[in-house]
Design a protein around this ligand. Structure first.
Ligand code: AMP
Ligand code: MG
Length: 515
């Protein structure tokens, strides 16, 4: 194990780096970022350390020792890091917002890992030239939500930035009320956003735009070199195509687990197709396609049911930004068209998998018939506002149970029919479903469905309980939730209450943009 040394004033030059830093982003040069130091916070304390992620990355256990607490708080620098904040722009709520940038995320650098090079950012580590009047801080409440949700998404198999650590500080932060500060260390192969491209395009700086695209292709999306054969050798068309495909896959996954992001502005869209910038997100409780999780989103622009179209709108903004590189308008439009085919395909496959009906190679007619089955069920679920996660999990159990019945009986479906008012309607649907699937296949289907439909998601009230305890200095509930959410398909006996319907007080929770 490499010994840990921090480049603090008292442990200086003779220290060796604990991580093997690479920093390829810095090759882009100063038009892309400003070098700066994090601003220290008072009296930092570990609130959570992600041992699984550390081990996956093959980083030494020493990065979580008490010296490194100072580094992950932004109070000291790890030897070899090269802190900076990047500049980007973007569209917020459908309007061009101009220059934004890392207003409170400080990039520490890029380090080699067992999963390839990973960039590390400290979110909430102080002001930057892009803070625009903000304080550069993040509150403990939203930092706990980000820490837990990024690991929950990963547990669900959904591409996301990861959270390595969470440090709490008693330092006051003013939001609607006075709250306390926290710093999340987040990790991703790249934090590049659609907004980074929009920034240089809006400035008419095509050289920088090209440098950025070349950087993304060379270091993060090398598959574009192959993909450009589909686009007459146009590597920038291939880049847009790669991003639209990743975005289509991501959106299908969000929809399939009932995840609402809440702030799908173009500056919150990852070029790698990762879920990024966890703010007022929510896993839906009762199913409602019109559900808006962000109480500041008065128009409902980012309602659950609108997310796929918003993603397309955002891809259009990205396409406009890199159009000067593609330099072929019909081709640019044709690349974007891909989303309109791919998203429904990914969603169709994801929803069929939720029903235990697998096989993306199934014939078109069968996929269409299955989609009708999915749509009819979703309509029923919406009418009933049935709990999204519970319904799919109970259906999975019921299918497994029915596989053992000598003859199918309505009693066997009671776990799902008990969740709705209109039982005859659901029973009629279940009859069609059984006819399609065949009871003989139920055993395998049920087992697969239990690995597809999670028992545990980060419901708002669960996060809220962890937040309330953390505010009085007890961080143990963060670990409890983390342990459930990192393997959300396991039963975790003894933790049934965490998979239950939300309590009455949960409906009063309001999640705003303020974080
Ligand atoms: P968001 O919608 O949270 O992704 O943030 C939009 C923009 O505002 C980004 O450029 C953020 O860096 C910036 N920002 C948000 N909150 C703060 C804050 N407290 N201090 C400085 N910048 C912030
Ligand atoms: Mg953001």
């Amino acid at each position: 194990m490499v010994s840990a040394h921090l480049n603090t004033s008292d442990s200086a030059d003779n220290s060796r780096p604990v991580l093997d830093w690479t920093h390829r982003l810095t090759q882009l040069g100063p038009r892309f970022f400003t070098r700066l130091q994090p601003t220290p916070v008072a009296a930092p304390r570990w609130a959570a350390r992600n041992e699984s992620l550390r081990a996956e990355l093959g980083w030494p256990a020493g990065i979580f020792d008490d010296d490194h607490l100072q580094a992950f708080a932004g109070n000291a620098l790890m030897v070899g890091s090269d802190p900076l904040a990047t500049v980007y722009s973007g569209h917020q709520f459908g309007q061009w917002a101009g220059q934004l940038g890392d207003g409170r995320a400080i990039w520490l650098g890029e380090a080699a890992s067992a999963q390839g090079p990973q960039e590390i950012q400290l979110k909430g580590a102080g002001r930057t030239p892009y803070s625009r009047g903000g304080d550069g801080r993040a509150v403990l409440r939203s930092s706990i939500r980000e820490y837990l949700c990024s690991e929950a998404m990963h547990g669900l198999g959904i591409a996301t930035t990861r959270a390595l650590s969470l440090v709490a500080s008693p330092e006051p932060v003013r939001r609607e009320t006075i709250e306390s500060a926290a710093v999340v260390a987040r990790v991703a192969p790249s934090f590049l956003r659609f907004g980074h491209f929009e920034h240089f395009s809006a400035q008419g700086d095509t050289d920088s735009l090209r440098a950025l695209a070349d950087h993304a292709i060379a270091h993060h999306l090398p598959q574009c070199q192959e993909r450009m054969q589909r686009w007459q050798g146009n590597v920038y068309a291939a880049l847009l195509d790669e991003v639209q495909e990743r975005t289509a896959r991501l959106l299908a996954q969000w929809q399939a687990v009932g995840f609402c992001h809440g702030v799908m502005n173009t500056d919150n869209m990852s070029v790698l197709g990762l879920t990024i910038d966890y703010g007022p997100f929510q896993f839906m409780d009762g199913f409602d396609p019109g559900h808006v999780c962000n109480h500041s989103d008065h128009q409902g622009r980012y309602a659950y049911g609108r997310q796929p179209n918003v993603a397309y709108w955002n891809l259009y903004a990205l396409a406009q930004a890199i159009a000067p590189l593609i330099d072929d308008q019909p081709m640019t439009l044709q690349v974007l068209e891909g989303y309109k085919t791919l998203f429904p395909q990914y969603l169709g496959d994801a929803m069929r998998a939720k029903l235990g009906l697998t096989g993306s190679l199934a014939p078109e007619s069968e996929r269409e018939a299955d989609w009708t089955l999915v749509e009819d069920l979703m309509q029923l679920m919406a009418t009933e506002k049935v709990d999204f996660t519970l319904f799919w999990r109970q259906l999975s159990h019921a299918v497994l149970r029915q596989s053992r019945a000598t003859t199918l009986n309505n009693e066997g479906w009671s776990a799902v029919t008990d969740l709705v008012l209109d039982r005859p309607r659901l029973l009629a649907w279940l009859e069609r479903y059984t006819a399609r699937a065949g009871q003989g296949n139920f055993a395998g289907m049920g087992a697969r469905m239990l690995q597809t439909n999670p028992k545990f998601v980060l419901r708002n009230h669960l996060a809220e309980t962890a937040i309330r305890q953390a505010k009085v200095g007890d961080f143990s509930e963060i670990d409890n939730l983390y342990n459930l959410l990192k393997s959300p398909f396991d039963e975790h006996p003894g933790f049934e209450a965490y998979a239950d319907l939300p309590p009455d007080w949960a409906s009063q929770l309001e999640i705003s943009c303020s974080s």
